[in-house]
Write a protein that binds this ligand. Structure first.
Ligand code: NAI
Length: 462
């Protein structure tokens, strides 16, 4: 039995970052992880592997559609699927080993196995019970189940199975037009699958700016993806090689069936807290199975904290990381801070979609007076040079004070561009502040500045 200042349960982005920050702040720290490698869902079966496949399939798309336009001739590359999976696995390995290195560097003990909390101040891993003055639960989330749909991770898969299919399916049906559905759906569409997305709502990417929703759907349709909107999937029937997906259209209750070689279920995730022993401890949970915490990420049981997907808020790796750092700081007697109003969201389709702050619909609901500065990438020289003129930056600012309230981007490098707006919002900047900042030419960032100019006297290139 060992004794620690902090034991973190879970080594995903929330947990491993919390552990590193605890160690940096001088706390004796251990992290419990039952997987064979560190990094949690994000590094092993989520963000990182999907980005490898998105990159590889995008390169193929460029070769097939844009090389000839640039005067590049020759045989187009073809898909070596095992080779692509090996590349993805190599990327995973580099990242998970990186976290292991950081643990060693920061003298964090990796307690291998699945942890539980037999009582406050104690963490059990295997047969061993360790003492911990503080415990941070960072146990993450798992794919939510859908009634009538039985996942076998072969024919009917979650994102985990979709990252290691034995071959590229001829027909892929995706249930849910959220982040996972669009990212992985676009990977397979680019690799040659016939992809149909079935979505319950009338718009893709729930919660995003309505103009962005329409534009991303239009662009993905152009790339060959099909959408059945306003349709509730009722059940799937799978054999060893195929599946049938039954759905009902909401507008007229008519019932339909689609054939698929593979079905990807991407209808959301739920907190994963199984086996931690929270009920016996009396840790308060929400109706949705999330661990309840106070403003300092502490549960109702003193000394037990929780962060990331296991608690309320967007299920995003970077939100978990911020909470992990903040909880560590609170435990070390410092302030700990997360600005929930400035958490960006990115969808890594091509083009990328990025968003931060309020949407126009939210501002309307709040009855707030706002102005819109919009700029199309068609007016951005750099974007046009790389066939990425489709898309826009939309900046929302307070009508009276000019303070930036939100930004929604669809276009090249959107996931990186959004951060200058995040920084501006952190500093309470106005659209004019962004507009007065010199932006290098030719860069995609100029489109952000032009959107800011459009909030004032007008953009130059539109
Ligand atoms: P999601 O919540 O983003 O989207 C689920 C979609 O499924 C919704 O549009 C919903 O209306 C639809 N749906 C639900 N039941 C349905 C039914 N019976 N029939 C048809 N459609 C139905 O969930 P998703 O994509 O599974 O992602 C899970 C979590 O992982 C999200 O919180 C997401 O933010 C996170 N994530 C983030 C990524 C990123 O930041 N790039 C990448 C991947 C996941």
């Amino acid at each position: 039995m060992a004794s620690y200042d902090v034991i973190v349960i879970g080594a995903g982005p929330g947990g491993y970052v919390a552990a590193i920050r605890c160690a940096q702040l001088g706390l004796k720290t251990a992290c419990v992880e039952g997987r064979d490698t560190l990094g949690g869902t994000c590094l092993n079966v989520g963000c990182i592997p999907s980005k490898a496949l998105l990159h590889a399939s995008h390169m193929l798309h460029e070769a097939e559609h844009n090389f000839a336009k640039m005067g590049l001739k020759g045989k187009s590359p073809s898909v070596d699927w095992p080779g692509m999976l090996a590349y993805k696995d190599d990327v995973i390995g580099q990242n998970t080993k990186g976290v292991e290195f950081l643990f060693k560097k920061n003298k964090i003990d990796w307690l291998k196995g699945w942890g539980s909390i037999p009582e406050a101040g104690k963490v059990k891993v295997g047969d061993e019970v360790h003492e911990a003055k503080n415990i941070i639960i960072a146990s993450g989330s798992e794919a939510a189940s859908l009634p009538g749909v039985e996942v076998d991770e072969k024919i009917v898969v979650t994102s985990t199975g979709a990252l290691e299919l034995p071959k590229v399916p001829k027909k892929l049906v995706v249930i849910g037009a959220g982040v996972i559905g669009l990212e992985l759906g676009s990977v397979y569409a680019r690799l040659g699958s016939e992809v149909t997305v079935i979505e319950y709502l009338d718009a893709v990417t729930p919660g995003m700016d309505a103009e962005v929703q329409k534009t991303v759907q239009r662009m993905l349709k152009k790339q060959g993806m099909s959408f059945i909107m306003g349709a509730a999937v009722q059940k799937t029937e799978a054999t060893k090689t195929k599946a049938k997906v039954h759905y009902k259209l909401r507008k007229d209750d008519s019932e339909h069936v689609l054939d698929a070689d593979v079905v990807l279920v991407a209808t959301g995730r739920k907190p994963y807290t199984d086996g931690l022993g929270l009920e016996a401890l009396g840790v308060e949970m929400s109706q949705r199975g999330q661990i309840k915490t106070d403003d300092h990420w502490q549960t109702n049981v003193k000394g037990i904290y929780a962060i990331g997907d296991a608690i309320d808020g967007p299920m995003l790796a970077h939100k978990a990381e911020d909470e992990g750092m903040a909880a560590a700081e609170v435990i070390a007697g410092k302030a700990g801070h997360v600005n929930y109003g400035v958490i960006p969201g990115v969808i890594y389709t091509h083009p990328e979609v990025a968003t931060v702050g309020k949407t126009e619909d939210q501002l309307k609901e709040e009855g707030r007076a706002y102005k819109v500065g919009k700029f199309s990438f068609m007016g951005n020289g750099r974007a046009k040079a790389v066939f990425a003129g489709d898309g826009f930056v939309k900046l929302l600012a307070d009508k009276d004070t000019d303070r930036i309230l939100g930004c929604h981007i669809i276009g090249p490098g959107a996931g990186d561009l959004i951060h200058e707006v995040c920084v501006a919002m952190e500093f309470g900047a106005s659209a004019e502040d962004l507009a007065m900042t010199c932006h290098a030419h030719p860069t995609y960032s100029e489109a952000v500045r032009e959107a800011a100019l459009a909030c004032g006297d007008g953009a130059i290139h539109s």
